[in-house]
Design a protein around this ligand. Structure first.
Ligand SMILES: [Zn+2]
Length: 115
């Protein structure tokens, strides 16, 4: 079983605030990430070795952009993405985790009725 069998892979855009090192102007930049979300269930046909690996696997994302172009029209220089990790942990619930979803809905609903 391959590592990628444990994840659902998706390209996502995320907004980051960065400061251009040439002109010093902060701006919001959209970076593209490859997001690998751990599946809620281990794929069928997994053996004990796969199960151990799956238990240790965590959702993460990999940054695909290394350079951005400054948004200041008087600068427009390209600069390297710094201060943002190229690989980052994802603090999210696994894909298709019905239990968690139901729990969240219940929590939101009870908050509304009480509040
Ligand atoms: Zn600039």
């Amino acid at each position: 079983m391959e590592e990628r069998d444990f994840f659902e892979e998706k390209a996502e855009q995320k907004i980051h605030t960065m400061i251009c090192p040439h002109c010093g102007q902060p701006g919001e930049y959209e970076l593209s990430w490859l997001v690998r979300r751990k599946r809620a269930q281990i794929p069928r046909g997994a053996d004990d070795y796969d199960k151990a690996r799956f238990a240790k696997a965590r959702s993460y994302m990999v940054r695909r952009d290394d350079l951005v172009g400054c948004k200041n029209i008087r600068c427009r220089k390209r600069f390297e993405v710094v201060g943002i990790q190229s690989v980052s942990d994802l603090q999210e619930t696994p894909v298709g985790s019905a239990e968690n979803r139901a729990e969240r809905i219940r929590a939101a609903f009870s908050r509304r009725t009480l509040g």
